[in-house]
Design a protein. Structure first.
Length: 433
């Protein structure tokens, strides 16, 4: 009997390693069909999940209803599973190089529990070749088993978009791959249990790895172009959003927009591809250029603010600025790799006093990750306001709301990073990308 049939008959269990933004939704979806073990190294997070609480604050408690799942932080308990899904983070280090520490640690955990006939599927975004070159040797070494002969491996990249209710795990086509035809068929059948949109069977593990990494690289390069255009048009005195609106009337114009590019995907994945490319003696120019532009935007915005303050005769050292929004994107609690922090920290290097607010971000997490404190409620004595993230509750704000925050009233400054209030601001000094 194959692994798929064993899972369906509940003679075998599926285990998800890493229960964050990616792993927990996957584990819960599978648990409505088959028996699941959910493993995470953080016992405090596991305890919350046992109480039907998502530590990432993405899922409602109802998502846990009807789940045949056992949560644990005890690595020895995952040996009861026969189908392992690894969904841990794959970040970059301080030098913008791939940091495989969490991935390899998870691989070692699985390797110690691997049995003959087991399957391991990776969902963590990596460069092409990582699964076979970096992970499988560890599985073989720690299990004492032989790849393909004793156990099978596949790769099925995550496509979860935090905060996006429309494009969810079940409604987006899932790319799947295996180490041979048998494993591909079994892995595809397993994912078809939960993915209503169906699966795409990639021809190899490397193809699946590459497909995932270019999804975000493509977006990064295109946004980088928009950011560069924004810098150019700013010098020309042209509003970028008006230019894009006009150009967008042509049927084949790609609608990307300038902005801060952070998060755990778009701001990270291109570095993985660029890193691997160099192994093949190719130094990617376009990918790195896009990354350079996007990584520089926080500092660019801060400098534009300082220039605006100076042009209005304000003493920069005594100026006070309110930053609204610090998460990496709208309507999520996720602060990973938020480029708003670059804006705040750069302003502080000029001696500007900065207050930050956000209805979604956790104050303790911000302090731990970026080293600055947030405030609960803004004052009414700011020289300027920067709206950095387009949270829903910011979309309804009117010019009068910003005037009330500024100590000079209508002589104050509004920086609208996302162009939310274009053509709506008549009195304040207004700037957008």
């Amino acid at each position: 009997m194959g692994i798929f049939n064993k899972l369906m008959d509940k003679e075998a269990q599926l285990c998800v390693i890493g229960l964050g933004y990616v792993g927990l939704p996957i584990a819960l979806e599978f648990s409505k069909k088959i028996k699941v073990i959910g493993f995470d190294i953080r016992a405090d997070r596991v305890e919350l999940m046992k109480q039907k609480i998502d530590p990432s604050d993405e899922l409602e408690s109802s998502a846990f209803d009807g789940a045949d799942i056992y949560f644990t932080a005890n690595a020895s308990e995952i040996s009861a599973a026969s189908f392992f899904i690894v969904g841990v983070p794959t970040p970059i280090d301080n030098h913008n190089l791939p940091d495989l520490t969490p991935l390899l640690a998870a691989t070692r955990t699985v390797g110690k529990s691997l049995k003959k006939g087991d399957y391991v599927v990776y969902e963590s975004t990596v460069y092409p070749g990582c699964t076979e070159e970096d992970c499988i040797p560890i599985l073989e070494e720690l299990s004492g088993l032989k790849f393909k002969t004793d156990f099978k491996v596949g790769f099925s990249p995550e496509r979860i978009n935090p905060g996006d209710q429309k494009h969810s795990l079940t409604t987006v086509v899932k790319v799947v791959s295996g180490c041979d035809e048998e494993s591909l068929d079994n892995i595809a059948k397993v994912y078809e249990l939960i993915v209503k949109a169906g699966v795409h069977r990639a021809s190899s593990i490397k193809v699946a790895e590459a497909a995932k990494i270019i999804e975000n690289t493509q977006r990064d390069v295109n946004i980088g172009l928009m950011n560069e255009l924004s810098i150019i048009f700013n010098r020309m005195g042209i509003n970028t959003y008006e230019v894009l609106e006009a150009a967008g009337t042509k049927w084949n114009f790609l609608k990307f927009y300038p902005g801060l590019v952070g998060g755990h995907c778009i701001g990270v994945d291109p570095y993985y591809l660029a890193f691997k490319a160099q192994e093949y003696r190719y130094h990617p120019q376009i990918i790195r250029s896009g990354r350079f532009v996007n990584d520089s935007m926080g500092f660019y915005i801060a400098k534009q603010m300082v220039k605006k303050l100076i042009s209005l005769g304000k003493n920069v050292l005594n100026s006070k600025v309110l930053v609204m929004g610090v998460t990496f994107k709208e309507n999520v609690t996720d602060i990973r790799n938020s480029k708003v922090a670059d804006v705040i920290n750069e302003l502080k290097t000029y001696g500007v006093i900065v207050d930050a607010v956000d209805p979604f971000a956790n104050h303790k997490d911000i302090k731990h990750e970026y080293g600055f404190d947030m405030i609960s409620k803004p004052d009414n004595n700011y020289d300027a306001v920067i709206v950095a993230v387009s949270h829903d509750e910011y979309l309804i704000l009117k010019e009068e709301d910003f005037v009330s925050l500024l100590k000079d009233g209508e002589d104050g400054i509004l920086f609208d990073i996302k162009g939310l209030y274009r053509n709506k601001i008549k009195k304040l000094k207004y700037w957008s990308l």
